[in-house]
Design a binder for this molecule. Structure first.
Ligand code: HEM
Ligand SMILES: *[C@@H]1O[C@H](CO)[C@@H](O)[C@H](O)[C@H]1NC(C)=O
Ligand SMILES: *[C@@H]1O[C@H](CO)[C@@H](O)[C@H](O)[C@H]1NC(C)=O
Ligand SMILES: *[C@@H]1O[C@H](CO)[C@@H](O)[C@H](O)[C@H]1NC(C)=O
Ligand SMILES: *[C@@H]1O[C@H](CO)[C@@H](O)[C@H](O)[C@H]1NC(C)=O
Ligand SMILES: *[C@@H]1O[C@H](CO)[C@@H](O)[C@H](O)[C@H]1NC(C)=O
Length: 330
C-alpha cells in the first residue's frame, strides 16, 4: 500500500514534470500538420489566390516571394510588413527598400478574406504569406517543398529595422552575408536565395549606378556584359527621370523559375550589383557554378533555404495573435 502510493505519487509527479517540460516545447514550434484539422483546404485556397493574381499579372508571383523575404528579415516572419501605417503607427511599408517597391498586399488581402470564410480567425497572415511565396515558386515552374506552419502575427512593426536589416543591392557581399548570418542563415543561403532573382523585375534606381559612371570611373561596371549593358542603358537612359522603369532580373526567362539566374551570372549578365558580386568571391562563385550546372541541386537547396528563412524569429504558441485583417493589429 505504502509502496504503491509512493510510486503512484512519483509517477504522477513525473508526468507533471514531463508535461511541464514538454508542453511549452510542443506549442512553441512550427508543425507540418498545423492546420490539417483546423483548415484542411488552406493550401488550395492560397494556391487559387496566387494563381488568379498571376492570371492578371504574371509578375505577382515574384512580388509575393519578395514580400515574404522582406517580412522575415525584419523582426522575423510575423506578417509585420503587411501592417498599414496609421497616424500613431509607422510600419515597414514605407521603409526605403519597400516604398514604391514592395507589392502584392491586395493579393494577400484577397487570400486572407477567402481563408477567413473557410476557417475564421485560425490562420495567421504570416503563414498565408509563407504559403503564397511557396505557391509562387511552384506556379512559375520551380520546386515545391513542405512547409512547417503555425506562425502567429506580430503586433508591431519597425520602419527603422526594415531600413537597417533588409540587404541593399549596393552593399558588398560581405555586408549582405553579415545580414544573413545575423538571422541564423549563412553565405550558402545568400547564394541560394538570390536565385529568387530568376523571376521578377527591378527599377532602374536599383542598378543604374552600374550603367554610366560606375564608382566614378567614367565607365560602366566592367562586370556587366556588353549586350545587356546596351539594353539596360536604353531602358534607363536618364539618371533621374527613368528611375521607375523596369528591367527583368533574369532577362532570358523573366517569368520562369529556373536556374538561368546562375547561367546569367556566369556570363556577366547579373542585373544587380549584388547579383554579379556572387562571382567576385571564390566560395560563392563555386556555388554559382554548381547551380549553373545542376538545376535540381538548386531546386532542392532553394526549398531547404526557404524553410530556414521561414523560421526566422517566428512567434508561436500563445505569442502574437491571429490577425483578422492583415493590415491592422486586432
Ligand atoms: C541577397 C540580397 C538581396 C538583395 C540586395 C535584393 C535586392 C532586390 C532589389 C533591389 C530588387 C528590385 C526591387 C525594385 O526595384 O522594386 C529585388 C527584387 C526581387 N527580389 Fe531581391 N534581393 C535580395 C535577396 C532576395 C531574396 C532572399 C529573395 C527571396 C527569396 C528575393 C526576391 C526578389 C524577387 C522575387 C524580386 C522581384 C520582385 C518583383 O518583381 O516585384 N530577393 N531584390
Ligand atoms: C491587375 O494587374 C494590374 C497591373 O498589371 C493592376 O493594376 C490591377 O489592379 C490588377 N487587377 C486585379 C483585379 O488584381
Ligand atoms: C474544403 O473544400 C471542399 C471542396 O473542395 C468543401 O466541400 C469543404 O466544405 C471545404 N472545407 C472547408 C472547411 O472549407
Ligand atoms: C559594410 O559594412 C561595414 C561594417 O559594418 C560598414 O562600415 C560599411 O559602411 C558597409 N558598406 C556599405 C556599402 O554599406
Ligand atoms: C567599385 O565597386 C566594387 C563593387 O562591385 C567594389 O568592390 C570596389 O571596391 C569599388 N571600387 C572603388 C574604387 O570604389
Ligand atoms: C549568357 O547566357 C544566356 C543563357 O543563359 C544567353 O542567352 C546569353 O546570350 C549569354 N550572354 C553572353 C554575353 O554570353
Amino acid at each position: 500500500m505504502q509502496a504503491m502510493d509512493s510510486s503512484s505519487y512519483t509517477h504522477s509527479l513525473l508526468s507533471f514534470v514531463i508535461i511541464l517540460v514538454l508542453s511549452p516545447l510542443a506549442s512553441s514550434q512550427l508543425d507540418y500538420k498545423f492546420y490539417d484539422s483546423t483548415c484542411p483546404n488552406l493550401t488550395k485556397i492560397v494556391r487559387y489566390g496566387v494563381w488568379s493574381a498571376m492570371g492578371n499579372e504574371t509578375r505577382m508571383a515574384a512580388s509575393l516571394l519578395r514580400l515574404h523575404f522582406h517580412d522575415c528579415f525584419v523582426n522575423g516572419c510575423d506578417g509585420s510588413i503587411l501592417l498599414d501605417d496609421t497616424s500613431s503607427f509607422t510600419g515597414e511599408k514605407n521603409a526605403g527598400p519597400n516604398r514604391m517597391s514592395a507589392r502584392g498586399f491586395e493579393v494577400i488581402d484577397a487570400i486572407k478574406a477567402n481563408v477567413e470564410k473557410s476557417c475564421p480567425s485560425t490562420v495567421s497572415c504570416a503563414d498565408i504569406l509563407t504559403l503564397a511565396a511557396r505557391e509562387s515558386v511552384y506556379l512559375t515552374g520551380g520546386p515545391y517543398w513542405s512547409l512547417p506552419l503555425g506562425r502567429r502575427d506580430g503586433t508591431t512593426a519597425s520602419q527603422t529595422a526594415a531600413n537597417q536589416q533588409i540587404p541593399s543591392p549596393l552593399e558588398p557581399l560581405e555586408n549582405i552575408t553579415a545580414k544573413f548570418t545575423s538571422k541564423g542563415l549563412e553565405m550558402k543561403d545568400v547564394v541560394v536565395l538570390s536565385g529568387a532573382h530568376t523571376i521578377g523585375f527591378a527599377k532602374c534606381s536599383t542598378f543604374k549606378q552600374r550603367l554610366f559612371n560606375f564608382n566614378s570611373t567614367g565607365n560602366p561596371d566592367p562586370t556587366l556584359g556588353s549586350s545587356l549593358l546596351k539594353d539596360l542603358q536604353s531602358t534607363c537612359p536618364d539618371q533621374d527621370s527613368s528611375d521607375s522603369n523596369l528591367a527583368a532580373l533574369d532577362p532570358v526567362t523573366a517569368n520562369k523559375f529556373d536556374n538561368v539566374y546562375y547561367k546569367n551570372l556566369v556570363n556577366n549578365s547579373g542585373l544587380l550589383q549584388s547579383d554579379q558580386a556572387l562571382m567576385g568571391d571564390s566560395n560563392s562563385a563555386a556555388m554559382v557554378n554548381n547551380y549553373n550546372k545542376y538545376p535540381y541541386l538548386f531546386y532542392n537547396d532553394f526549398g531547404a533555404s526557404m524553410v530556414k528563412m521561414g523560421k526566422i524569429g517566428v512567434l508561436t504558441g500563445t505569442n502574437g495573435e491571429i490577425r483578422k485583417n492583415c493590415r491592422v493589429v486586432n
